[in-house]
Design a protein around this ligand. Structure first.
Ligand code: URA
Length: 434
């Protein structure tokens, strides 16, 4: 087989065989197939799509690019959650300690910032000393000892996704259902979880803007999970505005800590509560989601979830004092308020543009080798439906490079549609698919 023939076949809109997909994924993982050839294949897949059979074959090839962890001997349910990506989406940082504090094991393999969306690994790496590159044996030991472990794709687990994820980020091939399904499900099926809750985002800040596309992705992922004998529940949730207020790595971490202390923004806390409740049911810690919600509330109110966060941070080499002293986290040196150019109601927010503004400030990557600035980002003040007086602050930007601040401020201003009419606030949870 030759990579160039396989690229041409997909370019011309034909289905690839399981062997051809396996050949490309194996070759790319070992380094025999170059970035430029894989980039071309990714773009052909983006433009031509993949059938369900091809998507399954891609997921399995990526899953088998590394080891598949088996934690069944730990004797407890193991449940994880994954989001398709959004702006201000930091739920993993709350959910992992909450669900682990309830006694359910949470083995979590997360990703980095992808296009305009943030990534859990980058947020965690804001914590001095925190290691997201645990070996497989460290992953198991941490999970057993503290009940949760949060790592990235490694040379051992889902290495194909590690490489492809980074390549997609810089080749404009993220927003593609088969590539998203295979990326998410290959790492989630490799991590030894017995159950999975998926948060499929839809709206202006999601990769899939339309709800029907989100539902289609949800169905593909549920069928992959069922095929591999895993329990899987999907929530379709709104991403027409940033989730919570903080966008940017250490800013989001602080908002997650505040939420663990019972002081989080309502929308963000509600989503964490709903996702946790589903995970607690899958993990046999709650008989139904009502009980799951109560457990969430109790673990937040008692301080048990916050304490579990300190324990997780310590176990992964980080400094647990960050939970109490935010000065220990990377912080941007400069701040600037972005004001509304006119009075009226916030009609809509181009949330992808908000995510791009955060990237522009340095919170995301434009190239494979870009270093990100963990302290920068923005705090959103104005949300859909808010009534604004003239000069009301839309957001505060946190930055280090003044040259980028004006452009980011302009992008944020342009992202807001403001008009005279009252508007309905988008429903946060659009559907639960079991
Ligand atoms: N999250 C992932 O892990 N992969 C994607 O492709 C998108 C979101």
């Amino acid at each position: 087989m030759r990579a160039v023939d396989i690229i041409a076949k997909k370019r011309d809109g034909r289905d690839l065989s399981r062997d051809e997909i396996g050949f490309m994924i194996r070759g790319y993982t070992t380094g025999d197939i170059a970035d430029y050839q894989m980039s071309a294949l990714l773009m052909a897949i983006y433009l031509r799509g993949m059938s369900t059979e091809e998507t399954l074959a891609l997921t399995e090839a990526m899953l088998h690019s590394g080891e598949i962890v088996d934690f069944s001997d730990l004797g407890r349910p193991r449940v994880d959650k994954h989001s398709t990506g959004g702006v201000g989406d930091k739920t993993s940082l709350v959910i992992a300690p909450v669900v682990a504090a309830a006694g359910v094991l949470v083995p979590m393999i997360s990703g980095r910032a992808l296009a305009h969306s943030g990534g859990t690994l980058d947020k965690l790496e804001s914590i001095p000393g925190f290691r997201t590159d645990l070996s497989l044996s460290e992953f198991r030991a941490t999970l057993e000892e503290v009940g949760a472990a949060l790592i990235g794709q490694t040379a051992e687990i889902a290495p194909a996704d590690k490489k492809l994820y980074a390549l997609r980020d810089v080749t404009a091939t993220v927003a593609c259902r088969p590539l998203m399904a295979a990326s998410i499900m290959s790492k989630k099926m490799a991590e030894g979880a017995s159950g999975l809750v998926l948060d499929v985002k839809t709206g202006s800040g999601a990769f899939l803007k339309r709800e029907d596309e989100a539902r289609e992705l949800a169905q593909i992922m549920i069928s992959i999970a069922r095929g591999l004998n895993k329990e899987c529940i999907v929530l379709i949730t709104d991403m027409n505005q940033p989730l919570g207020c903080a966008v940017g790595n250490s800013l989001e971490l602080i908002e997650a800590f505040e939420t663990l202390k019972g002081r989080g923004p309502d929308d963000f806390n509600t989503l964490c509560r709903e996702l946790s409740a589903e995970m607690l049911v899958l993990g046999d810690a709650a008989g139904d989601t009502d009980r799951g919600r109560l457990i969430y509330d109790e673990l937040i109110a008692s301080g048990a979830a916050e304490e579990k966060m300190r324990v997780i941070i310590r176990a992964q080499g980080g400094d647990p004092r960050v939970v109490d002293d935010y000065q220990l986290l990377p912080r941007a040196g400069l701040q600037q308020t972005v004001q509304t150019p006119k009075a009226g109601y916030v009609q809509a927010i181009d949330t992808e543009a908000i995510g791009r503004a955060s990237m522009l400030l340095g919170a995301g990557r434009a190239r494979l080798d870009t270093a990100i600035d963990l302290g920068v980002g923005l705090t959103v003040h104005a949300r859909i439906g808010h009534k604004l007086e003239a000069d009301f602050p839309l957001a505060t930007i946190h930055f280090n490079d003044a040259a980028r601040a004006d452009e980011a401020a302009g992008d944020i201003r342009d992202a807001y549609a403001i008009g005279p009419d009252r508007v309905e606030i988008p429903q946060l949870i659009k559907a639960v698919i079991r």
